[in-house]
Design a protein around this ligand. Structure first.
Ligand code: AMP
Ligand code: MG
Length: 417
């Protein structure tokens, strides 16, 4: 007689598992300087403090004429044009009782307090020795069409804080305060491998030559792309066979020079699942199995000095657990301060009559009526759902959904950036 199997430990709730996972993610110590041109997506390792005000001086936001409002008398006053100031030039103080021709971005001359648009006045050509003049059709108020010095950035202001992830707009802002190089966290080095003897590579085996039981390795493609989006340096170790010795060897060599070893598949409970015992043999496993659907067989541990994360093999499980768990982990390694994605409350335009014990992440998409439609097949193998959907409905455990219920929606735009 065989002894009864010991009961499996209870699945860890997602919030608890995520908190534990993040507690292991200590930000990488190394910092590097990169050109501002190349810093999109990187994480700032310094506060960006402005040494100047932006704009540096009061300037015109229109093509027109700079003038002093106090010089204007009568319903359509006329002022001689005493100078011309183009963008990039420095003007002279404005002569009393005159206007200065001025262009967008050019500095406001001393003494002027408003700009009139050229469309709001008429140019009177010069006659004899006289200067050309303008006749105004509308009377400006002081401050009109003037962009004030420092209205964008004040001197000494922190325009971006350490821990911010750089975006195209933030690169422009950094450049606007004169920064051509930025201190950023170094890229996490990630070793990626897939497990599964059924896996073949597109390009190596044509569809008509597939042996029975083979499938294409799809996880490798989206995981590599997701890692790149998060600023990682990826060593793609390809497909590791479902054998204990091969798994041990792959983990051991990957641990040498990487911050994280990321695997897909082979982390469940079958005899062909070698990842978990191999990690336990070489290091330790801190987390295994989370109460979410899809994505239960998620694992975290250490192999020597490297972090280890094992993702489930089913493509949607792999994709969803990456977004919910690996993404914040990699961001935290880089020192990112804002880790949680923004969620929005939206009405379900579908029903979900069967509650699950696990917290569910349903592939859904926003419709024109401001609600959410659900992809009809929520199986963890159906990758079409992740392409059709534009986000995930975060459905608590034990919860059914009726048509019109407000549900929590996490857009993929929050998770893929
Ligand atoms: P496993 O977690 O290894 O038991 O795999 C679970 C399911 O996911 C099986 O149907 C596998 O064939 C499939 N699978 C595992 N790895 C991949 C992969 N890299 N690409 C596509 N499907 C996979
Ligand atoms: Mg497998």
């Amino acid at each position: 007689m065989t002894a009864p199997r010991p009961p499996l430990p209870p699945l860890r709730p997602l919030d608890e598992a995520l908190a534990e996972l993040l507690s292991h993610a200590r930000p990488l110590a190394d910092v590097e300087a990169v050109s501002t041109f190349d810093a999109d997506g990187r994480v700032l390792a310094q506060d960006l403090v402005s040494a100047l005000q932006v704009p540096p001086q009061d300037n015109s936001s229109m093509d027109g004429y700079a003038l002093r409002c106090a010089d204007l008398a009568g319903p359509s006053p006329v002022l001689p044009v005493s100078q011309r100031i183009a963008a990039g030039a420095g003007g002279m103080p404005l002569a009393a009782g005159s206007a200065a021709r001025i262009f967008t971005g050019a500095p406001i001359p001393a003494g002027a307090d408003a700009v009139v648009m050229q469309e709001d006045c008429e140019l009177l050509p010069a006659e004899g020795d006289e200067l050309p003049a303008i006749r105004l059709h509308t009377l400006p108020k002081p401050g009109r069409w003037i962009r004030r010095a420092g209205e964008d950035v004040r001197r000494g202001a922190v325009v971006l804080a350490r821990g911010a992830r750089l975006t195209p707009a933030s690169l422009g802002l950094a450049a606007s305060i004169g920064l051509d190089r930025l201190q950023v966290a170094r890229r996490p080095r990630v070793a990626l491998f897939s497990t599964g003897d059924e896996l073949v590579m597109p390009g190596e085996v044509a569809p008509e030559q597939m042996k029975p039981g083979s499938i294409y390795n799809s996880n490798r493609f989206f995981l590599r792309a997701l890692l790149h989006r998060l600023g990682c340096e990826v060593s793609d170790l390809g497909i590791v066979p479902d054998r204990r010795d091969a798994t041990l060897a792959a983990l051991q060599s990957a641990a040498q020079s990487h911050d994280l070893i990321l695997t897909s598949g082979g982390v469940s409970v079958g005899e062909e699942d070698h990842i978990k015992p191999a990690v336990q043999a070489l290091g330790r496993l801190d987390l295994w199995q989370i109460a979410i659907k899809p994505g239960k067989p998620f694992a975290y541990g250490r192999v020597q000095d490297a972090h280890f994360i094992g993702l489930p093999g089913n493509p949607v499980s792999s994709f969803v657990t990456f977004l919910l768990l690996v993404r914040p982990f990699l961001l935290k390694l880089q020192g990112v301060s804002q880790l949680a994605p923004e969620t929005i409350a939206l009405p379900a335009h579908f029903t979900w009559p069967k509650a699950d014990k696990r917290q569910e992440f349903l592939r859904a998409r926003r419709n024109q009526a401001g609600g959410l439609d659900l992809f009809e097949n929520q199986s963890s193998g159906v990758l079409t759902s992740a392409v059709w959907g534009d986000g995930l409905v975060n459905n608590p455990s034990g919860q059914t959904i009726a048509h019109g219920d407000l549900v929590r929606f996490v857009p993929f735009s929050e998770l893929l950036a």
